[in-house]
Design a protein around this ligand. Structure first.
Ligand code: KG4
Ligand code: ZN
Length: 388
């Protein structure tokens, strides 16, 4: 960084169904954060349609970047670098952001920085913690921090450390099948609710009894122990999650209790009026109990395993990020247990829980300082992992 640089990084994110751009100064000060959501495009399909996502990113990328610069009150020439999500995500969606970022960097003669989307989710919290520390003299988050990244595509635990300006991540947990957000989305879909499912279940769960349906997660260990399986993981050294069983259990419950007609009626009615009050009026007590029990089971499984891992690994703090970190019950129950244990815990604001580009620009800052720049051959890495 030279003395005439002001540390302004433009972040670009297009890994799934949000086209996002943001300007962040020195990894700590958000000047703008613009997100164009594609929810209305994918909603009728109950999930992200990759081809439609790419097409919408193409439509949105130029206006979203322009809006981010305008909101920040800066021009392209004021930027010091351009950061873009390189993976993991949908190949076609990633390529739109990457191609645009590469062209912009080339045309402006500015450095290009590649950012892992998962590292971005962790920096959503670190960015806001740094902002808090600057504004209120609070200490930054104690390290090492155990980071739970829990979204529609991921349920990962990372032991996160800092060495000078650079960050390292040790992958100490993952899901063996579905991500937690995926379970929220699939269960919402099979109950005839809207897309994405998380916010619907979050809003309806307080109206049901969370102890009504006993769900169990006991089948996970058996899978991990399978003898001779090259993909089997030693559960002693890694935390394993599994969320496909509970989705099947919910489906079985609806079959046994003959809920199909009710579900189809709700699905049809919500197509015309996709609102939470509308959905609440269309859910009988049995459905609300099922929703509440599902959410309680998922949140408790995440909570138990995350705190157990934090203790085992000697983490000094906990951070929870990704779309599912927006869940209210998750925040309440994680916060209560953290208080009981005297463990500092941090969540992103709701705007930075789901996909955004401020987290990408913030994660790029240490790389910019280390001159860790992307090659001109940069391309999408749909299955990119984070850490060892
Ligand atoms: O981080 P994100 O925007 O995209 C991915 O990287 O996947 O996360 C989206 C996921 C979806 O599965 C969505 O249902 C879930 O986050 N989600 C929630 C809530 N808000 C979003 N899950 C539970 N409760 C919520 N309030
Ligand atoms: Zn994400």
């Amino acid at each position: 960084m030279t003395p005439n640089q002001s540390g302004l990084i433009l972040g670009i994110e297009s890994s799934c169904d949000e086209t996002a751009a943001a300007v962040v100064r020195r990894g700590t000060e958000t000047l703008s954060n613009v997100v164009a959501s594609q929810i209305s495009i994918h909603s009728p399909y109950g999930g992200v349609v990759p081809e439609l996502a790419s097409r919408e990113h193409l439509r949105n990328i130029v206006p979203v970047v322009r809006a981010a610069l305008a909101e920040a009150g800066i021009a392209f020439r004021d930027l010091d670098a351009i950061a873009v999500t390189v993976g993991p995500g949908l190949a076609g969606a990633l390529l739109v952001g990457i191609s645009y970022a590469k062209s912009l960097a080339y045309a402006l003669g500015k450095p290009l920085i590649a950012v892992n989307h998962l590292e971005g989710h962790i920096h959503a919290v670190l960015l806001e913690q740094a902002q808090l520390a600057v504004n209120s003299d609070l200490d930054a988050l104690a390290l090492p921090a155990l980071a739970l990244v829990v979204s529609g595509g991921h349920t990962h635990l990372y032991l996160t450390r800092r060495y000078g300006e650079s960050w390292t991540y040790r992958n100490v947990g993952r899901t063996v099948d579905d991500a937690a957000g995926e379970a929220f989305d699939k269960v919402a879909k099979l109950l005839g609710l809207g897309y994405p499912g998380g916010p619907w279940i979050d809003a309806l769960a307080p109206h049901g009894n969370p102890s009504a349906v006993p769900f169990s997660f006991s089948q996970i260990k058996a899978k991990a122990h399978r003898r001779g399986d090259p993909n089997a993981i030693d559960p002693a050294s890694s935390t394993l999650f599994s969320f496909s069983g509970i989705k099947t259990a919910v489906l079985r419950y609806t079959q046994i209790h003959e809920m199909a007609a009710n579900i189809e009626a709700r699905r049809a009615a919500l197509l015309g009026n996709p609102t939470i009050p509308g959905a609440l009026a269309l859910c009988d007590p049995q459905t609300l109990d099922l929703i509440a029990s599902f959410q309680r089971a998922v949140v408790d499984d995440l909570r138990r395993k995350t705190f157990r891992a934090a203790e085992h690994l000697g983490a000094a703090s906990l951070l929870v990020s990704g779309g599912v970190a927006a869940n209210r019950e998750l925040r309440v129950r994680f916060t209560a247990e953290a208080a009981d244990r005297g463990l500092p815990i941090a969540f992103p604001s709701l705007a930075l829980s789901t996909d955004n580009a401020a987290m990408i620009a913030a994660a790029a800052w240490p790389k910019f300082l280390a001159n860790d720049l992307a090659p001109t051959t940069l391309s999408a890495e749909p299955s990119l992992a984070l850490g060892r």
